[in-house]
Write a protein that binds this ligand. Structure first.
Ligand SMILES: Cc1cc2nc3c(=O)[nH]c(=O)nc-3n(C[C@H](O)[C@H](O)[C@H](O)COP(=O)(O)OP(=O)(O)OC[C@H]3O[C@@H](n4cnc5c(N)ncnc54)[C@H](O)[C@@H]3O)c2cc1C
Ligand code: SF4
Ligand code: SF4
Ligand code: SF4
Length: 356
């Protein structure tokens, strides 16, 4: 079937006017990576023109915040829309997961479900690389998109960085390094971006992507606000002494010598403004979604698609991960419903504000 040609629109008339200037840009980098003329760069988490736009219209087709249609995306991924009682999207199975490998448990965020599955997929040659978030050498917990090609690199990138990592940008490395089978890990907005690129038929960037592993996400924080102004200046914690940060009702900051627990309300002012437009908590369009949901050292995992299910159970059967029944996790399940509904309400309020 021939592809319908894209409308020849410019960046200025589409994304600049309707996404960036309205504060709605997620900062995912999909427009930057797909511009065939390299006209765009991500500066301060927003795309900016660095060359004259050639008016090809491609960037608008890939932006998850421009002309987004949930029904269209759900039909593309699942062949149907979610039902009204599917509060956190379409899924096949819910499980609680833990890696069986101590080296993963030492560095992962929750149960190491994500890293465990990636390591299995790499070992079995189901993938030849994974798009993940690495960390800057000189700015602790500053995430950077990374194409990890070895088990050591995947392990090094484990653990959550609560600032934004535009992982979609690492897709340019996938083509440069001629990788053919890639797992992509990202926040819900990034999973939307990749799905939109797939729907637009941008094969150069999307054909190597075999699995989409989505993280659950309430919000992301600015590096200056969370790490510099709050953790360093206000709490007096040296950033290079921080070993881990996690959110379990409170923000937990683990250093060489202690675990500081601070109320989430204290860090709320440092959340990125553009996250307030977000309407997906649980990565509803991923093959597999993963979150902590208040669990201690286990990953709450939603298996959504057939290929996600196949990968997951192969990893389980091979002994890379172990599971517990998620139906017993009543607190986690109610948190999942609550946070998913809250994000959808935010969207509705935003829509009525913009219409008034
Ligand atoms: C910004 C952010 C907010 C989150 N908010 C919530 C929440 O509100 N509730 C909840 O239940 N869970 C949330 N999560 C998910 C949670 O922190 C864990 O990532 C998830 O439970 C998987 O745990 P794990 O031990 O299996 O992951 P791991 O095995 O440690 O693997 C985590 C993977 O995520 C990648 N990653 C780390 N930071 C980022 C980033 N900033 N952007 C993209 N990829 C990244 C890593 O490179 C690694 O591949 C959030 C994650 C992020 C990144
Ligand atoms: S993809 Fe690049 S050239 Fe095409 S409209 Fe967007 S910015 Fe312009
Ligand atoms: S594609 Fe992503 S980075 Fe580009 S304008 Fe849209 S949301 Fe922003
Ligand atoms: S809250 Fe939404 S926009 Fe912000 S990082 Fe998470 S998924 Fe992306």
């Amino acid at each position: 079937m021939n592809q319908v040609p894209f409308p020849k629109t410019s960046f200025e008339d589409t994304l600049a006017k309707r996404v960036v200037d309205t504060g709605n840009c997620a900062g995912c980098g999909a427009c930057v990576v797909t511009c065939p003329f390299s006209c765009l760069e991500l500066i301060d988490e927003k795309p900016s023109l660095v060359k004259n736009c050639q008016v090809c219209g491609i960037c608008a087709q890939t932006c998850p915040r421009y002309d987004w249609s949930w029904p269209k995306a759900e039909h593309f991924v699942f062949g149907r829309e979610k039902k009204v009682d599917e509060d956190f999207g379409v899924y096949r199975d819910l499980v609680v997961v833990q890696s069986t490998d101590d080296s993963v448990l030492k560095v992962c965020q929750d149960g190491g479900g994500v890293t465990g599955i990636l390591l299995f997929a790499l070992k079995e040659d189901l993938i030849d690389a994974a798009v993940v978030a690495g960390t800057s050498n000189d700015r602790p917990f500053m995430p950077l998109p990374k194409l990890a090609t070895t088990p050591a690199e995947i392990l090094k990138c484990a653990g959550t960085k609560y600032c934004y990592s535009p992982n979609v940008l690492a897709l340019s490395e996938v083509s440069k390094q001629k990788k053919e089978k890639v797992a992509f890990v990202g926040t819900p907005c990034q999973i939307h971006a990749v799905r939109k690129m797939q729907m637009a038929g941008l094969k150069k960037h999307t054909s190597p992507i075999k699995y989409l592993v989505g993280l659950m996400c309430s919000e992301c924080f600015t590096y200056k606000g969370l790490m510099e102004d709050y953790v360093h200046d206000r709490l007096g914690v040296k950033l290079n002494s921080v070993k881990k940060m996690n959110i379990k009702g409170k923000l937990l900051i683990t250093t060489d010598s202690e675990v500081k627990a601070v109320p989430l309300a204290e860090v709320k002012p440092y959340a990125r403004r553009n996250c307030s437009y977000c309407h997906d908590f649980s990565s509803e369009l991923a093959d597999i979604s993963a979150g902590g949901l208040g669990l201690d050292a286990w990953t709450f995992t939603m298996i959504r698609t057939e290929i996600g299910e196949e990968l997951f159970f192969k990893a389980k059967d091979s002994g890379f991960i172990k599971t517990r029944d998620a139906k017993q996790e009543t607190n986690a399940l109610s948190l999942l419903c609550k946070l998913s509904k809250k994000k959808k309400q935010v969207q509705q309020q935003g829509e009525s504000r913009s219409q008034s």
